[in-house]
Ligand binder design. Structure first.
Ligand code: 6PG
Length: 246
């Protein structure tokens, strides 16, 4: 069952997300001795990442992956890695840099995706089909319902296990060239945590919670392993029917 939580504003939603991510990483590490987190880019998660750096004081045995990346270098303003480094990785106490797995956007879609798939096979837990099983994947959602760099109606939505990572050449959201985890990896995760704030996301959230459709990639996520954290503005539910965090 998808857990859906509505918070008063973006700051409260970021705090709620940071708290849930920290709890899930700690319990995964307790159970399995290590934990695997994947991060998304975009503007929405930045504050949650800042809060997470403080929420989880000890980052030992935690591997950090990425849900997607733009095909730019790690110092580029568009880089999801740079966003994560500047808001979280640079201040995560005890984080081992060797456990931070950056998508090498500068290598281009194909080469970057191939190397990342190899890194997942080598360093991430795999299920019987050979799909990487990450503990928490943090996702945003586009106004068109895309998640990571999986866009509405795109052939990338059709790849099957054990495909782990793909190059994207024609992203409708700039920049056009990207690298993304596949839907099988998003669906195999112990938990996907989708954070959405602002009125521009309300229709996409509504479509995500409706019937699964290739036109709304977010609706193809595994609902039994999905946490959706919203602020009031992004919530499609009438105010008196919103499952509240506060
Ligand atoms: C990216 C993201 C992408 C993002 C959504 C929402 O690299 O662009 O990973 O999937 O999460 O586009 O972006 P905003 O948070 O900026 O609205």
């Amino acid at each position: 069952m998808t857990s859906l939580t509505t918070c008063a504003d973006a700051e409260a939603a970021a705090k709620r997300a940071a708290g849930e991510i920290a709890r899930r990483l700690q319990s995964a590490r307790r159970e399995r001795g290590a934990a695997h987190l994947a991060l998304s880019g975009g503007s929405t998660p930045a504050r949650a990442y800042e809060l997470l750096a403080r929420e989880l004081e000890d980052w030992r045995d935690i591997s950090v992956w990425f849900a997607d990346e733009r095909c730019v270098g790690p110092e580029d303003e568009e880089s999801n890695y740079k966003l994560a480094r500047d808001t979280l990785l640079g201040s995560a106490g005890g984080l081992e840099q060797s456990l931070v797995h950056r998508m090498e956007g500068e290598l281009g879609p194909e080469r970057g995706a191939e190397r990342y798939a190899n890194a997942l096979r080598e360093h991430a837990p795999l299920d019987r089909q050979g799909v990487a099983v990450l503990d928490v994947i943090v996702l945003g959602i586009g106004p068109d319902g895309h998640v990571a760099s999986l866009f509405p109606g795109a052939p990338t939505l059709d790849v099957q296990a054990p495909e782990l990572c793909l190059g994207v050449h024609d992203s409708p959201k700039p920049p056009p060239e990207r690298i993304t985890l596949t839907l099988p990896v998003l669906r195999a995760a112990q938990r996907c945590l989708l954070l959405a704030t602002g009125a521009a996301k309300a229709d996409a959230v509504d479509a995500m919670l409706a019937e699964p459709s290739r036109h709304v990639p977010a609706s193809l996520l595994r609902r039994g392993r999905l946490s959706v954290i919203l602020d009031d503005a992004a919530s499609p539910e009438p105010p008196n029917e919103r499952p509240r965090a506060d």
